[in-house]
Design a protein around this ligand. Structure first.
Ligand code: CA
Length: 405
């Protein structure tokens, strides 16, 4: 447990419960609407949402009018000084003895939307346990971990168009898989999840310019939970030589609340031990990970759980590496961490690993499972545990619909 000081109390009573994801120390940002009204910016506190657009209209906070936008990009683009000022102001308003006239709405009455317009989505592969386990299944133990893996963050450019908010149903994909005599056209038979954290980029970088790891760190606004739904049979047939394509394009679910880097700061910690020194451009001056429990459930049953500190590359290192070619970053870019898996089977973040490629079926609420069946729901969770409070992410869930034949 991190010694992160005594919990601060809010006049919103539900925020003061020890197991509440959204205490005064968290203040994650999202987009909500009420009764079909216009989506706008909000902050979660206990079981309520602060209506930031209404707060700004009343002059309680200043974000240059960006809080009435239907996504957080414009607010995020105002920069780190504004993020800090607004956080300080909200802490003051929502604390005990704050302003009880702050416009609040009940979270249960709100509809939550995608928090940012996702400009680009890049997914990485930063858990060594996961990379090794999957490598064994796809290529055997000798070739499991490619030689470049310990030298640089491996990633691929994904699709922003299929990133959806928690609660959106996901359609099982059709596709080409390897059959007995050539390709076979079928509904995916090996549908999987990937337990990940997504970093939300909070500042632009110039095309042709490289970003250092230290600068990359200051460019990250916050984090969401991210489920990179994966069609393993389609992936196995298509991934060589250019990497995943349709196997990963079917949908990516993110949580509606962006937990800010500021809220996670007390939990900063080292990641996995390095096998070899990194090239100077990837070396960090301070640890880039967080001591944070992260796990997933299937149809309500707890499945895998580990800690984010098992990861080998931080979001800042991934962002820095992303720019070495001169590739510009944009506010609203989403960087997936890669599946977060600890060393043991109970700590894995994908069914592919947990069932060893389908060879070891599991029992989930009394039913046999190797991969995800139609109607199954997968939900992710994460929280950092302080003294008497937790910084949680809220839900990140999705249900699988049958394929369109
Ligand atoms: Ca992934």
């Amino acid at each position: 447990m991190v010694q992160a000081g005594m919990p601060r109390r809010s006049f919103v009573a539900s925020a003061n419960r020890k197991d509440c994801d959204f205490p005064l120390e968290n203040l994650p940002y999202g987009i909500f609407s009420i009764d079909g009204g216009a989506p706008r910016c909000g902050v979660a506190i206990g079981d309520m949402i602060v209506d930031l657009a209404a707060c700004e209209a009343r002059g309680l906070v200043d974000a240059k009018g960006t809080f009435s936008a239907p996504q957080l990009n414009d607010f995020i683009a105002l920069g780190r000084d504004t993020w800090e000022k607004v956080r300080t102001r909200l802490t003051e308003l929502l604390g005990e003895g704050g302003d009880e006239t702050v416009p609040l709405v009940a979270m249960e009455k709100a509809r939550l939307h995608l928090p940012v317009r996702v400009t680009e989505f890049t997914d990485f592969y930063a858990s060594k346990n996961h990379a090794f386990n999957v490598g064994v299944l796809f290529r055997g133990p000798e070739n499991a971990l490619p030689p470049q893996w310990t030298h640089m963050p491996i990633g691929y450019n994904g699709r922003a168009s299929s990133v959806v908010v928690s609660g959106t149903d996901i359609r099982r994909p059709m596709g080409q898989v390897k059959g007995e005599n050539g390709p076979e056209w079928t509904a995916c038979r090996r549908l999987d999840l990937e337990l990940e954290l997504g970093a939300i980029v909070g500042a632009d970088s110039e095309m042709g310019e490289r970003v250092s790891v230290a600068d990359a760190e200051s460019m990250i606004f916050g984090y969401v939970l991210l489920n990179d739904w994966s069609a393993r049979d389609i992936q196995a047939w298509e991934y060589q030589p250019l990497g995943p394509f349709q196997a990963k394009a079917l949908g990516t679910t993110i949580s509606p609340w962006i937990v800010t880097q500021a809220a996670l700061e007390p939990f900063r910690c080292e990641g996995a031990a390095r096998d070899v020194p990194l090239l100077p451009y990837l070396q960090e001056e301070r640890p880039g990970f967080y001591d944070m429990t992260i796990g997933w459930k299937m149809n309500g049953q707890k499945m895998g759980e580990t800690n984010y500190n098992v990861m080998y590359y931080s979001s800042a290192q991934q962002l820095a590496h992303h720019t070495v070619s001169g590739c510009p970053m944009r506010v609203g870019d989403l960087l997936g961490s890669g599946t977060i898996s600890g060393p043991s089977s109970a700590e894995t973040g994908a069914l592919l690993e947990m069932t060893e490629g389908g060879k070891k079926p599991l029992t989930v609420n009394g039913a046999r499972r190797t991969f995800i069946e139609d109607g199954d729901e997968v939900s992710l969770y994460a929280y950092a545990e302080g003294e008497g409070y937790r910084i949680g992410f809220g839900p990140c869930a999705g249900k699988i619909l049958p394929a369109k034949a």
